[in-house]
Design a protein around this ligand. Sequence first.
Ligand SMILES: *Cc1c(COP(=O)(O)O)cnc(C)c1O
Length: 831
Amino acid sequence: MSYTVTDIAKIINAQPAVSSEARIEHLLIDSRKVVFPESALFFAISGPRRDGHSFISELYTRGVRSFVVKKEYEVNAFPDAFFLKVDNVLTALQQLAAFHRAQFNIPVIGITGSNGKTIVKEWLFQLLQADHTIVRSPRSYNSQVGVPLSVWQIEEHHTLAIFEAGISTIGEMDKLEQIILPTFGVLTNLAGAHSEGFSDDRQKAIEKAKLFKNVNTLVFGKEAVAGLIDVEGKDKQFFKKETGLYSWSRQQPATCKIISEKKEGINTVLSCLYDGKKNEITVPFTDRISIDNVITCCMVMLALGYNAEVINERVAKLEVVDMRMQLKKGIHNSYILNDSYSNDTASLDLALDYLQQQAGNKPSTLILSDVLQSGRDENTLYNEIAEALIVRGIRRFIGIGPAINKHRNAFTGKENGKFSTSFYPSTEAFLQQAGTQQFSGEYILLKGARIFEFEKISHWLEQEVHQTVMEINLSAMAHNLKVYQAQLLPTTKLMAMVKAFSYGSGSAEVARLLQFQKVDYLAVAYADEGVELRKAGISLPIMVMNADSAGFDALVTYGLEPEIYSFQVYHAFHQFLTQQGLQQFPVHIKFNTGMNRLGFEVTEAGELAGYIKSRQTMAVQSVFSHLVASESAEHDGFTRQQVTLFENACRELRRGIGYTFIKHIANSAAIHRNAAYQFDMVRLGIGLYGVDTGEGSSVSLETVATLKTTVAQVRKVKAGETVGYGRKGRVDTDSLIATVRIGYADGYSRRLGNGAGKMFIDNRLVPVIGNVCMDMTMLDVTDLPNLSEGDTVEVFGRNLAVQTVADWAGTIAYEIMTGVSQRVKRVYVEE
Ligand SMILES: *Cc1c(COP(=O)(O)O)cnc(C)c1O
């Protein structure tokens, strides 16, 4: 099914009417994701910091011709483009999706809840795909924008749809309900996750329930919603009278009562009572969360009429859903992005987006298996994929599997030097014949259906792994960036601090994310760091805070902008620029307002301005100062004083040089503790990396860095013996001691020895025993008798905050993060 621009104008009630027979296939909301411009319709959705309309001319240049814009938007100078004018652009997107949904009379499963939505959706897909051609939300597309885009994917050949819905404030679920129109509801649970946007958990629960007001069947767990919503009692009013309720419970009578749960190796055997009969079901997981999610899925199958035998057979084959795309360093300077999430065109699109974002100017390669169960005509499917590869600038394509081989013409026909191709009948054949030497300096996306076992290719292409890794969650970083942006005026610029290897997180990878997210500036400490970013293809302006004369050449060659902080630096750089015959070189002026580290004194502003104005070698881009204690309420008075001094310095300099510049003083803590200090730009550092340093404040940041290692050996140590160097770790009772693969050479401070520090294993904190060694540390794991060699240990991360570890070591999070040594491999994940 496709719509012409005219059809859509009618559906969304655009005024005045538009007449165009152009066919729209793709809804576009992100200007960075144009693939098929002619058949795309761009929705100029605006947020607090982003006016969607500002992307129109760029999109027009790239060939997009159809736009949904708000009424007031002045259309000028876009010949042959169509503008659909509406009151509210987001509403129009939702109306269009709702209209599209209403064209189909197929069962639609709508899932909501606090946790588990995406897992349940994916598992239902795994369980039901044998009998249906299923359309489902890509990844966790469950928002006001994500749901319309998901629903837009429904096509004639689909026989079942599974969509998830997530909300962040009141009033949102009604809209999602109208778009999804679920016929079948699944409520996973109502744990009190994050509740901003709601007055309390009850209000949030009721809002979520609105997804189910028209469903014929509703699946829920009694304990999972207990105390928040009473589906069978007082809250019946929220559902239709005829709605069939399928509940499960461990404690109370329910449609399905779980009587017992027994762990057997890697499985859990559940005994349950359903329809007066006792059944056993073997779940291939042992953790509580997975078991709950499997039970929810089984309830859906029961409600759909499947019998216990089929359910058991399919549940046994359930596979772990890893929705994260992992970017890892591979052989010969390559990077590997293994997306094992699913292998359909929607997720291929998302993976290609991410590949493009990360690859920058480096060549990219796609290794793709047969796309299974697409329900589409294979010829069309593979031709479409080949088109997408050209548009995305993929340089090399490797197809694996019989179906791709059969349709290899779709790819080879398009060559014309655009991308090279090779084909293999199976993963095994590829591994035997391909040879690793052909891969170097490129970004390789692996996208394979499960049965092709692309993890084998991933391992084959990976560097040898040192078992201690620092996992950097780029989605969390993007989230943190948004949290801070939300506190700024739309016009305030943002400079991201990526000094010291981005606080330990990695330079190029982080900078690419920031460039993609359109921050305005980057800042590094030394010229070398800036050079590295330029070599990685980063084109954002970069400020270098500590440039010395040895680095001047690099500044000019790589277009880096120095901080000028003293007359000595000013004169040296002026002399250099004069020798090079350069004028108006962009620089940043720093004033000292109390830190007493680097910077001109405020009283020197006039003299400095005189030089700058009369010589014209430098153009002042920005003027800044640094707050010494913006995080601390005790020093708020001093902070204010710094700001006043800074304002005076700016005024003086402005008067002297005769033009304006960007002014900035706020670091992370200042951004959210005092909006008045944002001036024209802020410098975001530690907050981006997930650490909230501000006192008495709370920003809801997500953890970015997780340092993990593994257990190398576990041994029994008798009472009275000692552990490690210097006999410092004395054990009083018979104990179990684990040796883990991290030491002070990795950045695990020796100050954490002898019980000062702890690590997180298997939901528990266990103390360090004895001195920390160079490459290893010993832990007292007497409380964890089941620990095995190879088990993962979290040194800091989601379960153990880096600030806590810093406290134990008598330092601050900044030092712990930047102290993780370079031999610890960084792995980048995107959720
Ligand atoms: C590091 C740094 C920042 C960032 O500080 P955070 O506390 O990490 O936000 C800002 N400005 C300057 C000059 C810095 O050196």
